[in-house]
Design a protein around this ligand. Structure first.
Ligand code: ACO
Length: 325
């Protein structure tokens, strides 16, 4: 059995509202609200980096589990905005938490699907050999994005979320996870510069290409709705459940219109879909674990509830997880 022993979430203190953005770029609250549902987001302080956010969420998850860092047997971090180019954020986190010299690795580059993919890997590793695995989703997008590009900068925020998985009886059971990839769609959401095909050079530095995200917003929208809802259907089928059994769906929080369209496709009322994108924006691989932690904190999840997580991200990747509280 793969149990979830503890949950953690963290957002930095600094709040950036839509009006704050309209003072910096040519945008306004109405455009952002109508297109995305986002009203505000959190940005890390100048002296915070990815591992600071990750460590805060991880510490809460450990506290919630009644464990210390010494009890952890493995660490997985999902992020596209790592502490450094190399080594991975998991190495920094292992040291920061004072964990033992356990396996630690990042799942990077899978965008906003990263955390649920990491759950898939961690669950499989845990069933192979019973152990306690810390799984973190963290992004500090504000540090790396182009603050002058109104098409992107208003969409994102910084956050971290974490769970501790273990073989013991926990607060919830991670029943199953499904995941998939359509690599023919790498072009619809990509940051090309910095890889070996388009290395950093003087030209990319001057043109700002190093932080330019290419996105076909409308195709991303369509794929996101299709893939997140079908992944939910797949994980329900594998666990022998139906939508009637679902107390809460926690989808990736990219924008409210995508979330509404997924809810519509799943034929589920809005009160059974967790939404916090208005408060935090799109925090990449952190949206799902942070929302899971927040939903519990706010009393939106009770003992006995069956909850489904679903996410999509650049790749194009998607994943869904079934959780029985
Ligand atoms: N404020 C005001 N105007 C803006 C802004 C802004 N912040 N950003 C873009 N515009 C303008 C554009 O320049 C364009 O102007 P033009 O018509 O004069 O050329 C106009 O608004 C329409 O731009 P579009 O990009 O076509 O706007 P669209 O209606 O498609 O909305 C959005 C953009 C919100 C990104 C939408 O495509 C969407 O929801 N896509 C889904 C993808 C998504 O949410 N991605 C987030 C990250 S991906 C992930 O989480 C995996």
């Amino acid at each position: 059995m793969a149990a979830i022993l503890g949950f953690g979430g963290y957002v930095p203190e600094r709040v950036m509202t839509n009006d704050d953005w309209s003072a910096l770029v040519d945008t306004d609250d109405e455009w952002i609200t109508v297109r995305t549902g986002i009203k505000r987001r959190r940005f890390a302080a100048d002296d915070e980096a990815t591992v600071d956010l990750a460590a805060n969420a991880a510490t809460k998850a450990l506290d919630d589990a009644g464990l210390s860092a010494a009890d952890i047997d493995e660490i997985v971090v999902a992020t596209d905005t790592p502490e450094a180019y190399t080594p991975d954020t998991a190495s920094f986190l292992q040291h920061r938490l004072g964990a033992r010299e356990v396996p630690a690795y990042d799942l990077g580059g899978s965008g906003c699907a990263g955390f649920v993919q990491a759950l898939d890997v961690a669950r499989a590793r845990m069933l192979l050999e019973p152990k306690r695995i810390l799984v973190v989703g963290v992004e500090l997008i504000s540090r790396l994005m182009d603050w002058t590009d109104r098409s992107f900068c208003v969409l994102f925020g910084d956050a971290a979320g974490a769970v501790v998985l273990g073989p013991d009886t926990g607060k919830a059971e991670l029943l199953d996870v499904v995941a998939g990839t359509d690599g023919s769609q790498t072009d619809i959401l990509t940051l090309k510069t910095g890889g070996t095909r388009h290395p950093f050079n003087e030209e990319s530095l001057k043109s700002g290409a190093y932080h330019h995200l290419d996105m076909d917003g409308r195709r991303v929208f369509r794929e996101a709705v299709h893939r997140m809802s079908s992944a939910v259907g797949e994980v329900l089928e594998r666990t022998g459940r139906t939508m009637d059994d679902v107390a809460l769906v926690i989808p990736h929080q990219a924008n409210k219109r995508i979330i509404d369209a997924v809810g519509h496709k799943l034929d589920i009322t809005e009160d059974r879909v967790y939404i916090n994108v208005h408060e935090y924006g799109n925090t990449g691989s952190a949206t799902v674990p942070f929302a899971l932690w927040e939903a519990r904190e706010k009393g939106r999840i009770a003992a006995g509830d069956f909850v489904v997580l679903t996410a999509f991200g650049a790749g194009f990747h998607w994943a869904a997880a079934a959780v029985q509280f």
